[in-house]
Design a binder for this molecule. Structure first.
Ligand code: SF4
Length: 233
């Protein structure tokens, strides 16, 4: 449903998932993946499996990943808390499962741990048109800074994998560094380590790198992205 919990549970926008005349392992397990050799412009470049190369379409979840949100759930076995990094799944051998909710569990709350990212953050979304489009690539960045040095960093990518994509080594590479182009390029390279392209989505690897670097600049400069201005100030 169109709710906060529903946003976490939204399903992929892979074309074939919605075209019931085509094979899709996520819709019909064991039927095959039409995207791998089909129109895969919007599909994943990281964390895919041989059974599914879908991406998670949410923007909200990418920001939640950067903020290390905790998802409170309730079900027949009681209440529990799932960290956002453990909430969504990579497709693996069970692409029909988008997340780690158990049968009968519902989301009751989303908790955002306290952080010091109030001055240096951004969410940058790159899409085919300015509104009503899902991200080709997006980046959520949250930085803590002491002068011109980065003391804590989070960065999550959207539109590239079956779940919001974080790489702890990429974040660690920013610690203690000045926010300059070389540092950001190194972090972007670590984020995209192991990226793989299919016939139509090779452009997303370069696009994701540029998006990450630009979002890091934007957050460092303390000018959060909004929908009316795409300038880096
Ligand atoms: S990428 Fe996943 S959702 Fe898309 S056709 Fe393949 S199995 Fe289905």
């Amino acid at each position: 449903m169109a709710s906060t919990g529903g946003n976490l549970l939204q399903r992929t926008r892979c074309l074939y998932f919605y075209d019931v005349t085509t094979p899709c392992n996520k819709r019909t397990p064991g039927s095959g993946c039409s995207a791998i050799n089909g129109i895969n412009r919007g599909n994943g470049i990281l964390g895919m499996s041989e059974l599914c190369i879908a991406t998670h379409p949410s923007d909200f979840c990418v920001a939640l990943a950067a903020l290390k949100a905790k998802i409170h759930v309730s079900g027949p076995a009681g209440n529990r808390i799932i960290s956002i990094e453990d909430f969504h799944r990579l497709p693996g051998d069970k692409p029909e499962h988008d997340n780690n909710l158990e049968r009968g569990e519902i989301i009751t709350a989303i908790e955002l741990p306290e952080s010091k990212f109030t001055k240096h953050y951004t969410y940058l979304k790159i899409r085919d048109r300015l509104s009503h489009a899902f991200a080709l690539v997006s980046a959520a960045v949250a930085l803590e800074m002491d002068g011109d040095r980065i003391t804590d960093a989070r960065i999550a990518l959207g539109g590239v994998a079956h779940k919001p994509w974080r790489v702890l080594e990429a974040e660690a590479s920013l610690h203690g560094q000045k926010g300059d182009e070389a540092t950001f390029a190194q972090a972007a390279a670590l984020l995209l380590s192991g990226a793989r392209a299919y016939e139509h989505n090779g452009f997303k690897i370069e696009l994701a790198s540029r998006t990450a670097i630009r979002a890091l600049k934007q957050a460092t400069n303390g000018t959060p992205q909004d929908q009316s201005s795409k300038k880096i100030i």
